[in-house]
Design a protein around this ligand. Structure first.
Ligand SMILES: Nc1ncnc2c1ncn2[C@@H]1O[C@H](COP(=O)(O)OP(=O)(O)OP(=O)(O)O)[C@@H](O)[C@H]1O
Length: 484
């Protein structure tokens, strides 16, 4: 294909004279003395301005990639004659108008996350960049309490916004995801409490500006926790489709999670950390040691649907296939005992879809953003077509610490221990057959002991001795192309 390129004219850039041409989505600046060229892609331009002064000038605000995946907004000025400047501004502006960038954002700021600097960071780093880049009609809500995004999104006029931004940690982001998904299912009359329901994917992306304690999700997406980088990625508007999982207890949705879902020891650890929230981010380095020292195993029976052997390309549409229900002896017992619904379309041919495993374990863990081994390290994988679920069998404290340290340091081989069993699955159910329960008046068994699930950094208390986790692939667009 022949490239369509037009010469705009000569400009002064600092102490150089450059010939500027435009085409194929980029500006090319050629130093007329050295003949060196520099390309500036329009998709990296934040704003173009024509400045009138003693000399006409085109001021370009654009994004520059620094080392360690960090992005910065920088500015350059090109001085030239009036006609060339006008022509250059028009060409760039026309291209910018074609880009699908968010112009109206709904922003939630958690003033309590991390070091409690969310509001200050918003006004000093986020708002000026949004203003510079022409993001208009921004509604900013500084939350007063937990749960506000969900409350507001339940009735908010979605036609007013192109995207949502969470200024906070992983927990705050998760609240926005839960609020948005709940709203969408409600609008589509989908029963979220039914674990058989396929959920409707969001068309509205969510962005995260990391001001929390862990900030794992932002780090997975951008490979840095740098705030300016996160804001610039939201402004540029690129997004990727990410997975979520649902957590049900019987016919009750507990939450959606987009990062991780961990039952047992890690759930308990998260609860212990919440109790020490006043310590700020340092709670995560002290409190888990105490939880480790008091770890105790629990009997589990797990049923799971294995990853489909044939991999189809990930779809940007939303759904997992509808699965049949189990018919194994184990499953029948499981279902007779409890709360999960039996759908009408039970297909006997698919009775082997569900597999089972059991044992006395410290935890049943899943990362929604799965981890791929690359050399010595782990690379996050968004939109994977299955979850990696692992159970941690009984093991010595020192071996367990070694395994968790590997995971925390994101080192390859964190599942290569003989006390770890892993499966690839799209859906699983965990039952606690030997824990003490009390039957309520409608025949439901409720736990007498406290068990927790760490869902995206929030400790969710289990009420009943069974829960179900299900993958919903490609459900949530998140701002930022995933860095490899
Ligand atoms: N004004 C508020 N007061 C108290 N809690 C709030 C407020 N606004 C939001 N929250 C709650 O704080 C919880 C934790 O917030 P967030 O995830 O932003 O910070 P963090 O826990 O420090 O960071 P991370 O999740 O990355 O470890 C959220 O789940 C949210 O429900």
């Amino acid at each position: 294909m022949v490239e369509k390129r037009s010469m705009i004219g000569e400009f002064n850039l600092a102490d150089k004279t450059v010939a500027v041409s435009f085409g194929d989505g980029k500006l090319t600046l050629r130093d007329i003395v050295t003949d060196n060229t520099y390309d500036l892609h329009i998709k990296e331009v934040l704003k173009v301005e024509h400045m009138e002064g003693q000399r006409s000038c085109v001021r370009l605000h654009h994004v520059v990639k620094h080392s360690n995946h960090v992005l910065r907004a920088e500015m350059c000025e090109l001085y030239g004659d009036l006609t060339s400047c006008q022509c250059l501004v028009t060409e760039i502006q026309e291209e910018l108008n074609l880009l699908n960038r968010p112009k109206r954002l709904l922003i939630f700021v958690n003033p309590k996350s991390g070091h409690k600097k969310g509001v200050k960071i918003y006004s000093s780093k986020v708002a000026p960049l949004l203003k510079l880049s022409g993001v208009e009609h921004t509604k900013v809500i500084v939350t007063q309490k937990a749960g506000e995004p969900k409350e507001l999104l339940a009735t908010y006029d979605m036609s007013l916004i192109h995207g949502i931004v969470s200024v906070g940690g992983d927990g705050m982001f998760s609240e926005c995801v839960n609020g948005l998904l709940a709203r969408l299912q409600n609008d589509s009359q989908i029963d979220m409490n039914d674990p058989e329901s396929d959920i409707v994917a969001s068309k509205i992306p969510i962005g995260i500006v990391p001001t929390g304690s862990g900030n794992y999700l932002a780090n997975y997406i951008h490979r840095t926790k740098d705030i300016e980088t996160a804001v610039l990625k939201i402004i540029l508007g690129d997004h990727h489709m990410s997975n979520v999982v649902s957590l049900h207890e019987g016919r009750q949705l507990k939450c959606y999670a987009s990062l991780l879902m961990e039952f047992g020891l890690i759930g308990r650890m998260m609860k212990d950390c919440e109790n020490f929230r006043w310590m700020g981010p340092s709670r995560y380095s002290v409190v888990p040691l105490k939880s480790m020292m008091t770890r105790s195993p629990v009997d589990v029976e797990i049923e799971y649907i294995p990853e489909e052997p044939k991999r189809s390309p990930p779809s940007t549409a939303k759904f997992l296939r509808q699965v049949s229900l189990p018919a194994s002896k184990f499953s029948e017992k499981f279902f007779r005992q409890r709360l999960f619904s039996m759908p009408g379309d039970y297909d006997a041919d698919k009775k082997n879809d569900w597999k089972k495993l059991d044992g006395r374990v410290y935890g049943v863990d899943t990362y929604v953003v799965t981890q791929k081994e690359k050399g010595e390290t782990l690379i996050p994988r968004f939109g994977d077509n299955a979850l990696t679920m692992w159970v941690t069998d009984k093991c010595s404290l020192s071996d367990h610490v070694e395994q968790l340290t590997k995971l925390q340091k994101r080192q390859s081989g964190f599942l290569d221990f003989d006390f770890i069993r892993k499966v690839r699955t799209t859906r699983y159910r965990v039952s606690l057959p030997s824990v003490s329960t009390t039957m309520n008046e409608v025949g439901e068994r409720h736990l007498n002991k406290k068990f927790y699930i760490n869902a995206d950094g929030e400790a969710i208390k289990l009420e009943t001795p069974q829960f179900e986790v299900r993958l919903h692939q490609g459900t949530m667009p998140i701002y930022g192309t995933v860095e490899g």
